[in-house]
Design a protein around this ligand. Structure first.
Ligand code: MF3
Ligand code: CO
Ligand code: CO
Length: 270
């Protein structure tokens, strides 16, 4: 299957799915405090999606080839969990950092976004990792323009992460998205400028860098989903769904509570 170019009508549906996705992340923010379990976060998000929004939580029973069905409605990845954390009875503790990754289906189209949340006041190194990862995502987004390449996106992310002394996870990447959760192309979070596929208006994909404080290597747990850093170092991730426009890009996963884009993220700030 080639990369699809979305029609104006499809783009309108993707804007709706994107906003609803971001609104789940807004909703859950105030609940993320010491003592809540990741199962409770999952239940709150599930009820908000299915009862308030009347959207469908895409992760629930999602089973790509080689995976068993994902048992929950959101992914919750705490501290050294890189991605695909399965909600459970673990209570959050002050100092934890957690990624909540939400994908909703609204009117047959998907929105996909994740944010990092602080539990109490995490150590300065943990906050720094979350901030640099946020800047990495935005540097990737700002590389999106017609005529630019996928390699430009990966290069911008990798350069910033590595200058900060962190490493980029290679095993998981961003993805095209639309009627299906995961479509072509793959969006690698590392790469070389001017390499790879050229971007065209109407493409929609996620940018979702996973950045580790230590080594880049990851390991999958026996539950078949949870991915952790091999060296148990902290890992952070942020994700937006992005449209390529004639002028550059439009972020689709936006809501009233979406954190602002960084002013600028230049070499001098590294
Ligand atoms: N939301 C994740 C992504 O960004 C995918 C999670 S798959 C699931 O691509 F089944 F774990 F939900
Ligand atoms: Co995604
Ligand atoms: Co996601």
């Amino acid at each position: 299957m080639a990369v699809s170019i979305k029609s104006p009508a499809e783009i309108e549906k993707m804007r709706l799915a994107g906003r609803l996705t971001a609104e789940v992340l807004d909703y859950i923010g105030p609940y993320i405090r010491p003592g809540i379990t990741t199962n409770e976060i999952d239940r709150l998000c599930h009820e908000y999606m299915t009862e308030t929004q009347r959207t469908i939580p895409a992760p629930l029973n999602y089973a790509p080839p080689g995976y068993k069905p994902f048992p929950k409605s959101v992914c919750t990845s705490v501290n050294h969990v890189v991605c695909h954390g399965v909600p459970g009875d673990r209570k959050l503790r002050t100092g934890d950092v957690i990624n909540v990754d939400v994908t909703v289906i609204a009117d047959d189209y998907h929105g996909d976004s994740s944010r990092m949340y602080y539990v109490g006041e995490p150590p300065i190194q943990a906050r720094r990792l979350c901030e640099v990862t946020y800047e990495c995502m935005w540097l990737g987004i700002r590389a999106v323009r017609p005529g630019g390449t996928l390699g430009d996106i990966g290069h911008a992310i990798q350069t910033h992460a590595e200058h900060a002394g962190f490493s980029v996870v290679r095993e998981f990447c961003g993805h095209g998205i639309g009627r299906r959760f995961h479509e072509e192309p793959q969006i690698l979070h590392y790469g070389r400028p001017h390499s790879g596929m050229r971007l065209e208006p109407g493409m929609i994909f996620t940018i979702e860098p996973m950045i580790n404080a230590g080594r880049p290597d990851v390991r999958q747990l026996a539950d078949g989903w949870t991915v952790v850093t091999k060296d148990h170092s902290l890992s952070a991730q942020w994700e937006h769904t992005v449209l390529v426009t004639a002028a550059g890009y439009e972020v689709l996963t936006v809501s009233a509570g979406t954190p602002p884009a960084p002013d600028s993220t230049t070499a001098s700030e590294r």
